[in-house]
Design a protein around this ligand. Sequence first.
Ligand code: MG
Length: 226
Amino acid sequence: MVKVILVDIEGTISSISFVKEVMFPYSKEKLENFLKENFNRPEIKSIISEIEKLEGKKLELDEVVNILKKWIDEDKKITPLKELQGYIWEEGFKSGELKAPIFEDAYKKLKEWKDEGYKVYIYSSGSVKAQKLFFSHSKYGNVLNLFDGHFDTKIGNKKDKNSYIKIAKEIGVKPEEILFLSDSLEEVIAGKEAGLNVIKVSREGETEWINNLDINQIKEFSELSI
Ligand SMILES: [Mg+2]
């Protein structure tokens, strides 16, 4: 029996284009100034030393900027990049320059699940910090109360089945008590391998419908019966 619903963000409850066409360019555009203004903050310093560790050498600020811009262009899911973007987006959301879109059908279903007593968790490659910002500044206002918790890549890669086993353990339920929804086939397969119930979300204009898929597939959350 499903007790917990685990959802991805991008392409699943929010549009890929907002992240790709609004949030990513925003973080790239503000990156240099943000680092120049904030490099002395302890949390930013520790992000920079994480990047230096990954690159295996000490880096000048300009080099850090270039590496980060390259990672953004390549859509790299690297924790220090995600954390730094979180700080930059924080400024954007708080100032009202950024406002998070959520698909209406997903928003309705999330509210229903909450009312019906399901526990709802987010699993996204965006940092937990960025996730919380996103949901506290959405087009429906602050909707953080719809969620019982958040996971990001700190628990593991979304394409690795072990991440889903860890998530189940952390929540305190069996894998088969979780329903996981994502637009990524690789993520859905990883979740399935871990023993979760899974649904592939293939929204029109977001990700393509896959024919002959042996996994449940939906276009919109309104099709869900739970
Ligand atoms: Mg996704």
